[in-house]
Design a protein around this ligand. Structure first.
Ligand code: ADP
Ligand code: MG
Length: 328
């Protein structure tokens, strides 16, 4: 039953499984991934490199590797993305969901002016050229570009990475999408620019009620931006909870480990301690809990039985010892 106070999620992923048919063995990339984003909510997807964050994000746009076998459901605004045909997917990507990637230069054509990049979607949707230009200037102003008219005439190489990422965000917002998926949008940027981009995303979310799925490997950054966080390890969600509770009392040793290896600036804060070993992908994961090999708290049971994602506190954790108050 839906509670009246909770708006319907703009994004709902249920039990998403993705497998690649590589050679003879089908290579799994995601297993039982479920998450949701409500309108106006910022939701983090956090985990080390290779955990499946990008594959999960790309599923939202129906962009999965060719030949992949997919199970479960991805719904945007209640519509089943995995069952969409080409025309429906184009409509989804131009109207309902926008995506911002790590490298803004990968999203733009280097030979075309910023003005063409920003107005093409609007013009394709039937907006007359002068109105499209006015709207493009408005969007550039909204993302903090001071001379929007001049910017429209320039080419991508005339912008710094941070400025170009603003342009890409402006383009993403042109169609007023209900959902913005940002996959490590600030990873390639310096810290000051990163903070400015985050401020823009936060403001746009508040002003426009856009749902934001924010992907990062940086838990500290997620805490500054997100209402709730999902933690991924080896193609599975291992913990999900509100940001404050996640920081105060993580229930999965992996989350606790990520927190312990995050550098802190407060005086007297403990020195960061890296998690031993290296992350594994789902394809390499042994039976049982994929994190067991790196976990100081693993029991024999952890290497045999994959823990289910179950309620602990106000969220979910997939750990046989989640109720023991384990710290890292
Ligand atoms: N198109 C693809 N073909 C084969 N393997 C892929 C493809 N995309 C991702 N993978 C694999 O899936 C796993 C998850 O990747 P990814 O989602 O990119 O991780 P993350 O974004 O968390 O760093 C990795 O092991 C990666 O090698
Ligand atoms: Mg990625």
């Amino acid at each position: 039953m839906t509670r009246r106070t909770e708006p319907e999620p703009v994004l709902r992923i249920d039990e998403l499984g993705v497998r690649l048919a590589a050679d003879h063995a089908a290579r799994p990339l995601l297993d039982g991934v479920s998450l949701h984003v409500r309108p106006g909510e910022t939701v983090g997807l956090v985990g080390e490199s290779g955990s499946g964050k990008s594959v999960a994000c790309r599923s939202v746009l129906g962009l999965l590797p060719g030949g992949a076998r997919v199970s479960g459901q991805v719904r945007v605004g209640g519509h089943d993305v995995l069952g969409m045909d080409r025309t429906q997917l184009i409509a989804l990507r131009t109207r309902q969901v926008a995506m911002v990637f790590q490298d803004p230069r990968a999203s733009v054509n280097p030979l075309r002016r910023i003005g063409d990049f920003l107005t093409e979607g609007l013009r394709a949707a039937g907006t007359p050229a002068p109105a499209a230009t006015a709207r493009a200037e408005e969007l550039l102003t909204a993302v903090g570009i001071r001379d929007p008219r001049g910017a429209l005439r320039r080419h991508p190489h005339e912008f710094s990475g941070g400025m170009l990422q603003r342009v890409v965000i402006a383009a993403a917002l042109a169609a007023e999408p209900a959902l913005l998926v940002a996959d490590e949008p600030t990873t390639a940027l310096d810290v000051t620019t990163q903070a400015e981009i985050i401020a823009i995303l936060t403001r746009l979310r508040v002003e426009r009620g856009t749902g934001l799925l924010f992907v990062t490997h940086d838990l500290e950054l997620a805490s500054a931006v997100c209402d709730r966080v999902y933690v991924m390890y080896a193609g599975r969600i291992v913990e999900a909870r509100g940001t404050d509770e996640l920081f105060d009392r993580p229930r999965h040793p992996y989350t606790a480990g990520l927190l312990a290896c995050t550098p802190r600036i407060e005086a007297g804060a403990p020195a960061p301690r890296p998690i031993p070993g290296r992350p594994v992908s789902l394809a390499e994961a042994p039976p049982g809990c994929a994190f067991a090999a790196r976990c100081a708290h693993a029991l024999p049971r952890c290497r045999e039985e994959t823990p289910a994602l179950a309620p602990y506190g106000d969220g979910l954790a997939a750990c046989h010892r989640a109720d023991e108050g384990i710290t890292w």
